[in-house]
Design a protein around this ligand. Structure first.
Ligand SMILES: C[S@@+](CC[C@H](N)C(=O)[O-])C[C@H]1O[C@@H](n2cnc3c(N)ncnc32)[C@H](O)[C@@H]1O
Length: 441
């Protein structure tokens, strides 16, 4: 192939790249919009396809817009800032349609997000030093571990941005040792801030060793009354996993409080919480609508976290079993059950693929809700669900590729995908949440 070409963009791929063809080769063009005429440069060539970047836009799409964030061109966080929201939703809807195209089912319209900015309730920011020795913080560049320095992230909560900024000013003024990833030396690695819709904030300072942060804690809690909890997380490993299991409470409460639909939840730092509160409520409501709950139903909520789905199910069903592998999340779930005066639920700690077997033969299950991580469900878990012959499955997925794989297994074993609905939980990024109903034929 030549290095540069003048092309017209024909369509989008599932990740939102512009697609065109050159000499029968499919070319995926980063940040190019449908119908645009562009000069592209080939960046990566394979036998049947290639990747390219735009060198010049000759004819611009009316759906192109100026990127609201000055870091959008470099930062690996947002993928869709260069297009209007209508186009973003069209790409996401199409991603689900294409990935599930082999099934015969009803695809409902994407549930849109009303707040494209400041929607994230969790920010995780690496802190490093630049070549001049100044402290920088920001997100990683795509496919790299280079931190793109920023002052705030537009999709994250405003106050959380301010908390991170104050922490980094403190580290700079007090000359606190900063982590160097290449050499695996230095102390301060990362900051996590989590906030809830009840305006409670939790801060986690990630370091390689124990350290006294009394002056920083005083500064933070005087400046931000909303901070209810501060932890130190000591992680001396050179690893991509940011948080270790070694938490030390430095200030305030062990957990922050959240409200999701009809229940209150106390959330530990290691517990999973959906990052977009408003869309999470819409997602769960859709899942409950698909479930068609009534007071005679016995339900399993697999991959249940702190019971955010379980306890809302319990209000409408006879009994709910929640299964989750993270012990702190199960601890939260049990506490949350008491907090909400719920007694018709029970939480089991362990891997779903193992623990579901404890329920087999014990009683009839009318419905199972599954909400696994990106890698989807374990095959042994699906085998047990199939063996149990549970009449209805509501599957919530944050990765439509593994969702398709799991639906295929279920469809080959007596289930049918009835309907699916994408929910935009992660606006401006190419991630999409999908909720599905499967029924036993
Ligand atoms: C996408 S989160 C969903 C949590 C919860 N349903 C919610 O909406 O807040 C997936 C959860 O599955 C848990 N998990 C991952 N693999 C698991 C496994 N094999 N068995 C049980 N739980 C698992 C994670 O710890 C996490 O809490």
């Amino acid at each position: 192939m030549e290095k540069t070409y003048k092309v017209k963009i024909e369509s989008y791929d599932v990740n939102g790249y512009g697609v065109c063809h050159i000499d029968k080769k499919v070319v995926f063009v980063e940040k190019a919009l449908k119908d645009e005429e562009v000069i592209i440069e080939i960046t990566n060539e394979h036998k049947k396809y290639a990747f390219a970047k735009i060198v010049k836009i000759l004819a611009k799409s009316s759906h192109r817009q100026a990127e609201a964030c000055p870091y959008a061109r470099y930062c690996g966080g947002c993928d869709f800032m260069h297009m209007d929201y209508e186009t973003e939703c069209e790409i996401k809807q199409n991603k689900v349609k294409q990935t599930l195209k082999e099934f015969n089912y009803e695809l409902l319209d994407i549930i849109k997000n009303d707040n494209l900015y400041n929607y994230r309730n969790k920010i995780m920011v690496p802190v490093r030093k630049d070549e001049e020795g100044d402290i920088i913080y920001g997100f990683y560049q795509k496919m790299s571990h280079d931190v793109i320095p920023m002052d705030k992230c537009l999709v994250s909560n405003e106050l959380s941005n301010n908390i991170v900024s104050l922490i980094c000013r403190y580290l700079s003024v007090h000359n606190v040792s900063i982590y160097n990833e290449t050499a695996n030396t230095g102390l301060f690695k990362e900051v996590m801030v989590r906030n809830t819709s009840l305006n409670e904030y939790m801060v986690v300072l990630v370091t390689t060793a124990d350290f006294e942060f009394d002056a920083l804690i005083k500064l933070l809690t005087e400046e931000f009354k909303e901070i209810k909890s501060i932890y130190l997380n000591i992680n001396s490993e050179k690893t991509n996993v940011v948080l270790s299991n070694n938490y030390k409470l430095l200030y305030g409460e062990k957990k922050v409080k959240e409200k999701i639909l009809d229940n209150y939840y106390l959330v530990s730092p290691a517990t999973f919480l959906q990052v977009n509160h408003n869309q999470c409520e819409r997602l769960y409501s859709k899942a409950f609508e698909f479930a068609g709950l009534d007071k005679n139903m016995t339900v399993i909520d697999a991959y249940c976290g702190m019971g955010s789905i379980t306890l809302n199910l319990a209000r409408k069903a006879k009994f709910v079993y929640g299964i989750e592998e993270v012990p702190q999340a199960i601890d939260d779930a049990n506490e949350n059950m008491k907090l909400n005066g719920i007694s018709n639920a029970s939480f089991i700690c362990g891997k779903c693929e193992d623990k579901i077997r404890e329920i087999v033969g014990k009683e009839h299950i009318d419905l199972i809700v599954v909400d696994p991580p990106r890698k989807g469900c374990d095959q042994a878990f699906l085998d047990t669900v199939i063996k149990m012959g549970i009449p209805k499955i509501v599957y919530i997925s944050c990765n439509v590729a593994t969702l398709a794989r799991d639906i295929k297994i279920l469809e080959s074993n007596g289930y049918k995908l009835d309907k699916a609905e994408p929910v935009d939980l992660f606006s401006l990024t190419n991630n999409i949440e999908t909720v599905c109903l499967l029924v036993k034929k």
